[in-house]
Ligand binder design. Sequence first.
Ligand code: F6P
Length: 320
Amino acid sequence: MKRMAVLTSGGDCSGMNATVRAVVRAGMVEGVEVIGIQKGFQGLIDRQYDILTTRSVSNVLQRGGTFLQSARCRAMLTPEGQQLAGENLRRLDAEGLVVIGGDGSLHGGKELSRQGIPVIGIPASIDNDIAYTDMALGVDTALNNIVRAVDNVKDTASSHDRTFVVETMGRNCGYLAVVSAIACGAEHSLIPEQSFNLDEICHNLRSRYREGRSHSIIMVAEGAAKAQDIADQIKDRIGFETRVIVLGHYQRGGSPTVFDRMLGARFGQAAVEALQNSQSGQMLGLACSQIVLNPIETVLAAGIRPIDGLLSQLNQRLSI
Ligand code: F6P
């Protein structure tokens, strides 16, 4: 293999730069030139690309976001867009493509591999909603961002005897809310995968205050409810003073944690290796600390990665 391409697509996350750097440098060691496509599949369709050198990826490892930039590309959902993307890759003489992104990006990768282009997917989404990987890129940094914010909120919550409702990202997946609830000692986590009973939650909050606890934190995944609605309902039902924090895109940025830098380094190197070994239509994943490959079709067919029920139980047990 003489030349391959790499792109970052969909919602950005911390660790994407570390991964692109690893693809470029591992490629160089193998004598493979790497083309960086800008703005994800949109850049591929619009022919926005550059050859990446060692210098292009120096000093990016510690930066959040993606220096290649990213986009949510509607055209890539159409057969015409997919065809054009494939033609442009062939015109570039790229013998393989590394797609770094979430489920929408993997879908685009699957379509290109159906055209005979060797594609390796790297799961990247702070939601951790992609099946066949224990962790996607960016999840750990997002969790650390959430924990830092909630730790600060707890200080002020306890000074004022307040209940804070904190909204995390996660449209279909409550992983961020559940794990951050455990890590921050939040009383409840409301997630899209599980129904919740607000009466029970209010009863529990009241009991805690009667026991002399000074504050409560409720984590809400954006796909489960609006934090403001939950806060208003708690105030209406039991009269508690509530405040709301919507963490939003704050969660997605910032310097990647060591975990995400390591994951990016391992995924990037493994992607080059997989393409060199003529693998195609596969997604890299982390399974029990090992880097593994699974067909992208299998990953997408599995749908949203399920929440480990033991994690939800753990939060309930520890928040008594
Ligand atoms: O898929 C990742 C994610 O961060 C979701 O948690 C969130 O709902 C969405 O992206 C936000 O998308 P955008 O950045 O396009 O507003």
